[in-house]
Ligand binder design. Structure first.
Ligand code: PLP
Length: 284
């Protein structure tokens, strides 16, 4: 199963990039992860729009049109051996022959890379129990709305969680819970679903949008506003959401139970709505 690199499809073992690539030297690049169910890309238009927004945010031209990206993704999906996949896209500012922080000359071509891997889903037994999380200070920069490959703060936060036997680290900045190291976070309190607002300090998740749409479609009480660390700890339910995790209950936070320590009814309902929605749009 081939990967895509700079206009060509070739075996992964033959896909090489320069050690002077700015993605390698500076983390000067952007990425996307698109889930594929039964060989259909879920919300691909939205993922490609977010890719464009991130490229705009780092002042970089998109090397491919949306149609060209669609064609690349389609070809990867067709040639991969798995029905359910995760498609990874990355674009960097390419490799200049000299090392300089400022942008390279326009003559330096960008690097565009994409590949498919099998979609790793959460086992039902894990979903039924929920997962443990920790809170950590949010040490990221001030443009967390951009999906860039400079992920060191996220890497360290997630590793801290894993080292403590936890699935996710929830990032706290100025007393507010912004999101997870690689997920958005929702809470439920007294039947109201509460979601942090989209600001420069949170990645606008594609799954986040789907969940707000589903809550609205099902006429659920909803509040989009900042969540304090205190409210987080006192929540009835806490969920983490992402394209690969979908909706997963966090049932323990820093060693203390959330609510009764088991996944709550609203999260289970939302997971079911999400599955139904996925199946409906994928059948079209
Ligand atoms: N927040 C961060 C920091 C992420 O890395 C991700 C990606 O997994 C998300 C949120 C969730 O975004 P999406 O639902 O588009 O996968």
């Amino acid at each position: 199963d081939p990967v895509y690199l700079n206009g060509r499809f070739l075996p992964l073992a033959e896909a090489g990039i320069s050690p002077l690539d700015r993605g390698f030297l500076y983390g000067d690049g952007v990425y996307e992860v698109i889930p594929v169910y039964s060989r259909r890309a879920f919300r691909i238009d939205e993922h490609l729009q977010r890719l464009q927004a991130t490229l705009d945010g780092i002042q970089m031209a998109n090397p491919l049109s949306a149609e060209a990206w669609q064609a690349v993704v389609l070809k990867l999906i067709e040639t991969a051996p798995w029905d359910d996949q995760s498609i990874y896209l990355q674009v960097t500012r390419g490799a200049d022959d000299k090392r300089d922080h400022a942008f390279p000359p326009a003559s330096v071509p960008p690097t565009a890379f994409a590949f498919s891997s099998p979609l790793v889903t959460t086992p039902a037994a894990v979903r039924a129990k929920g997962v443990a999380a920790i809170t950590v200070p949010d040490l990221r920069w001030s443009r967390c709305d951009l999906k860039v490959v400079s992920l060191l703060a996220n890497v360290l936060a997630r590793q801290q969680a894993v080292a403590q036997g936890c699935a996710e680290a929830l990032l706290i900045r100025d007393g507010l819970m912004k999101e997870g190291a690689a997920s958005n976070i929702f809470i439920v309190k007294d039947g109201v679903l509460i979601a942090p607002p989209k600001t420069h300090l949170m990645l606008p998740g594609i799954t986040y949008d789907v969940i707000l749409e589903l809550a609205t479609a099902h006429q659920q009480p909803l509040a989009v506003r900042e969540i304090t660390e205190t409210e987080l700890r006192a929540a009835d339910e806490v969920w983490m959401t992402s394209s690969t995790k979908e909706i997963l209950a966090i049932t323990t936070l820093d060693g203390n139970p959330i609510g009764n320590g088991r996944p709550g009814p609203y999260g289970e309902q939302m997971w079911q709505w999400y599955q139904d929605f996925k199946n409906t749009v994928m059948r079209k």
